[in-house]
Design a protein around this ligand. Structure first.
Ligand SMILES: [Zn+2]
Length: 374
């Protein structure tokens, strides 16, 4: 069974008209899912309640929670920056987003299922600080809830940005293995996620990072993914998987410099689902994340949901939805299967060389810690 968590309250998480995180990507995604007839006996829609203070305290300090509640403009808490400005109602809106992931995780304590919160995936938030459009770290909150039942949790983050908040929160925890594949911190926010960030203390070896070269595309991502992720499943034997499925690796994304197409993105999602079925009884908590080209996000996330359902990818988008999208956004949405993106020969040579070096370094760092991993 798949449970999809959605609430119109998610749309209140709105940093203003100039900000790249436009909440209509959530309503357009939901509308497309509905129009494609995906809310049926396989996928149940649930309306989550906002997160309560007790749940937020699993990750965040009381001082920080109070600062968000009071709408304090204080950069010490990361509140009021250009990336994460304060807006009226920021606390309630942030609690709604986090509530989706928290309730999804709680559902997974009751039954083996897939739970989806497309508004979630706010992976940059820290226990005492907002960062990179993220106020409360819902992936980490969900992981804390899953930890009450499961002892091995694999977090897989395919967003274009490093999942720094989640990594830091579980950096010393051998029960939560965090994996992030992202555009290298040499080129992109938050500037972390290098291979030598491998965890510390008893958590050493339980943080795995693959920083990707600028302009890397489908073949590079799939090569790196296949080199690392199946080994992590085999070695760690997760009981449950939490996936951050940001779509900002897409070649058209305005905030990043990668060349992943819808085909590459959906292949990674399909592999996550397959490996989760193989190793973790299909227990998957799927979260949204980044994605700043409105034409891409609803199509990509709807494709992700159809893969989780075991359905073929939609060959066309419903005309009613395309018209709605065009009226609201002002241009046309992307449909599957997307374009082919071919980098120039020299560019590909540079990407392949940089990636080969990264994978070699990764294997060197981790094989020293866990002989059997690489
Ligand atoms: Zn991102």
């Amino acid at each position: 069974m798949i449970y999809l968590y959605y609430s119109d309250q998610f749309l209140n998480y709105n940093f203003g008209p100039e900000h790249p995180l436009n909440p209509i990507r959530l309503s357009l995604s939901y509308k497309l899912i509905e129009e494609l007839g995906l809310l049926d006996e396989k996928t149940e829609l649930l309306r989550p309640n906002p997160a309560g203070e007790e749940d937020l305290r699993l990750v965040h300090t009381l001082e920080y929670i109070e600062a968000v509640r009071e709408e304090e403009l204080d950069l010490a808490y990361g509140l009021g920056s250009d990336d994460t400005p304060v807006f009226p109602g920021i606390f309630d809106a942030s609690c709604s987003m986090a509530g989706g992931s928290i309730e999804a995780a709680k559902k997974m304590l009751e039954e083996d299922c897939i739970a989806v919160n497309l508004a979630g995936g706010l992976h940059h938030a820290f226990p005492t600080q907002a960062a990179g459009f993220c106020v409360f770290n819902d992936p980490a909150l969900a992981i804390c809830i899953l930890r009450t039942k499961f002892s091995r949790i694999l977090y897989i983050d395919i967003d274009a940005h490093h999942g720094d908040g989640v990594q830091q929160i579980f950096y010393q925890d051998p029960n939560v293995l965090t994996f992030s594949i992202h555009e290298s911190g040499n080129y992109l926010f938050p500037g972390t996620g290098f291979v030598d960030e491998a965890g510390s203390g008893v958590g050493l070896g339980y943080s795995v990072n693959v920083p990707m070269p600028m302009n890397a595309g489908d073949q590079d991502f799939l090569l790196a993914f296949e080199e690392v992720v199946p080994r992590l499943f085999e070695w760690f034997e997760p009981e449950v998987v939490v996936a951050e499925l940001g779509t900002d690796t897409h070649y058209s994304d305005p905030l990043t410099s990668l060349n992943v197409t819808l085909r590459g993105y959906t292949t990674m999602v399909r592999r996550i689902v397959e490996l989760t079925n193989l190793y973790a009884k299909g227990r998957l908590l799927a979260l949204g994340g980044g994605g700043y080209n409105l034409a891409v996000v609803p199509t990509a996330w709807t494709c992700a949901l159809t893969i989780m359902r075991g359905d073929p990818l939609p060959e066309y988008l419903p005309p009613y939805w395309v018209e709605l999208f065009s009226n609201v956004v002002g241009y046309v949405p992307l449909s599957y299967p997307d374009l082919d993106v071919e980098p120039g020969k020299e560019t590909q040579k540079r990407i392949s060389a940089e990636l080969a070096e990264t994978l070699e370094n990764l294997s060197r760092v981790h094989s020293k810690i866990h002989l059997e991993l690489f």
